[in-house]
Design a binder for this molecule. Structure first.
Ligand code: BDR
Ligand code: CA
Length: 313
């Protein structure tokens, strides 16, 4: 089986992606490293532990950085609830996080699974950036990095030009993008916000899947209620799972119907565009095409993976 390390900030959306990964027969989740993002670290760690408990998985959970490398964090509690899991008041998990810091766990696991480790980043890239500062040789040991982040033609979801995960910690995204796009590194598979918008899930179908007779479906139905309502008000008939789509791309890359290889950089300054992902579509920069940008994924396959993840257990 393929070792999979997931850096995540759960988040209702992340929770769905984690359920998808827990079940995949070809992958083994070797750890969850936790970032601050959708909500503060205290909540994202507690949510990760709770989700593992509900799913019956004893995956080690490592707490990471409590905030961005440089700038204060934007607040996104209105999307996933103040606790990140829809404020349903769940009973906390019995298990605790490991003592090791997420950045150190990333480095250790990269040695233990050198050349085989797949890394999936579903939140701000702070932990991975810190790991890179501690040990710049990290990318040489990683077989593949999939990032949920960016808005490749500028349709941002947190500012007019930026997507949330990159905007939350642009310096971290810059560090990770540069390091993993360098020679000898595996490059980056990017599942961005625009791909997310192109792969909506019909609310009525999601509701039907959530009626599955499983503890996971019951838990997910509760924690996702608020964000599904918020999304229905804002975006209509479709619900969007950015992290779910990124996980589908990570677990089953052959489901990608269309990708584009280009250079990508992160805007760190900018009055209107801090945190924007600038794609060199016309190849003006002469930089190598080190990003594989997901444009279209097999929709039926994606839906099948989501439905199976909710029904399992
Ligand atoms: C990203 O931001 C978060 O709200 C989601 O979990 C996803 O990772 C989408 O922009
Ligand atoms: Ca996320």
């Amino acid at each position: 089986t393929i070792p999979l390390l997931i850096d995540t900030d759960p988040g209702v959306d992340d929770a769905l992606a984690l359920l998808m990964a827990f079940d995949d027969p070809r992958h083994r989740v070797v750890g969850l490293t936790i970032a601050a993002g959708n909500v503060g670290l205290r909540h994202t760690v507690a949510n990760a532990l709770k989700l593992c408990e509900v799913a019956g998985r004893d995956v080690p959970v490592f707490a990471g950085c409590a905030g961005p490398l440089l700038h204060p964090a934007p607040d996104a509690g209105y999307v996933h609830g103040q606790d990140g899991f829809g404020d349903v008041g769940y009973e906390p998990a019995r298990r605790r996080a490991e003592a090791e810091h997420a950045a150190l766990a990333i480095l250790r696991l990269s040695h233990e699974h050198a050349g085989r480790l797949r890394l999936v980043a579903l939140g701000p890239l702070t932990n991975i950036a810190l790991a890179l500062k501690l040990d710049p040789t990290l990318p040489q040991r990683v077989a593949r990095l999939v990032v949920m982040g960016g808005a490749v033609t500028g349709h941002g979801n947190i500012t007019p030009s930026a997507e949330f995960n990159v905007y939350f910690d642009p310096e971290a995204a810059h560090i990770v993008f540069e390091a993993f796009a360098a020679d000898g590194a595996p490059g980056i598979d990017l599942a961005d916000w625009e791909a997310t918008l192109a792969h909506g899930l019909r609310h009525d179908e999601v509701v039907a899947w959530l009626r599955a007779d499983s503890p996971r479906a019951r838990f997910y139905e509760r924690i996702s209620r608020k964000t599904r309502e918020w999304s229905a008000d804002r975006r209509g008939a479709y619900w969007h799972s950015a992290d779910g789509l990124a996980m589908a791309y990570a677990l089953h890359p052959d489901g990608a119907v269309e990708t584009a290889a280009r250079p990508v950089s992160v805007e760190l300054e900018g009055r209107h565009a801090r945190g924007a992902t600038v794609v060199d579509w016309q190849r003006q920069s002469g930089r190598p095409d080190r990003f594989r940008i997901l444009l279209r994924y097999d929709q039926a396959r994606f839906e099948g993976l989501v439905r199976a993840a909710l029904a399992a257990g």
